[in-house]
Design a protein. Structure first.
Length: 137
């Protein structure tokens, strides 16, 4: 993870990344839960799609393995938008435009990184190394 991102920005940039992660993640969780709680019994594909949206969205909100989760969410939503993943209409987001916004937001998070306000920053962020003074003996 540290090899993917050298910095985890703080301040306004970190807050902006957190907001972007939160909006994309919450949107994916809502879409996944809406897909799973539809009136009819969901098919295996719809169940897997809904579970994937919930897992990837939750990982984005928490900032856990953010580049991987954001990339997988982006590919997943792009598959819905382009019809690669055939789910009975309407799709989980309700419209093609909303699905494309989810693709754009998650791709942006995958490229920009998690920011300082994430679990990734806590696990893989900057470390302070204390070097003790050299002894004369």
């Amino acid at each position: 993870m540290r090899a993917l991102f050298a910095t985890f920005p703080r301040g306004w940039a970190g807050a902006g990344l957190f907001l972007l992660r939160a909006v994309a993640g919450v949107s994916a969780v809502i879409d996944g839960s809406r897909l799973l709680s539809s009136g009819a019994t969901p098919s295996l594909l719809a169940w897997a799609e809904g579970a994937a949206l919930i897992v990837f969205g939750g990982a984005l909100v928490a900032g856990l393995l953010t580049p991987i989760a954001a990339f997988l969410l982006s590919v997943n939503a792009l598959g819905i938008a382009l019809g690669w993943i055939a789910i009975a209409p309407p799709g989980p987001t309700g419209s093609l435009q909303a699905t494309l916004f989810l693709v754009a937001m998650s791709a942006t998070v995958a490229l920009a990184g998690p920011g300082a306000y994430s679990i990734d920053a806590r696990l893989f962020g900057r470390r302070e190394i204390a070097i003790p003074p050299a002894s004369r003996y």
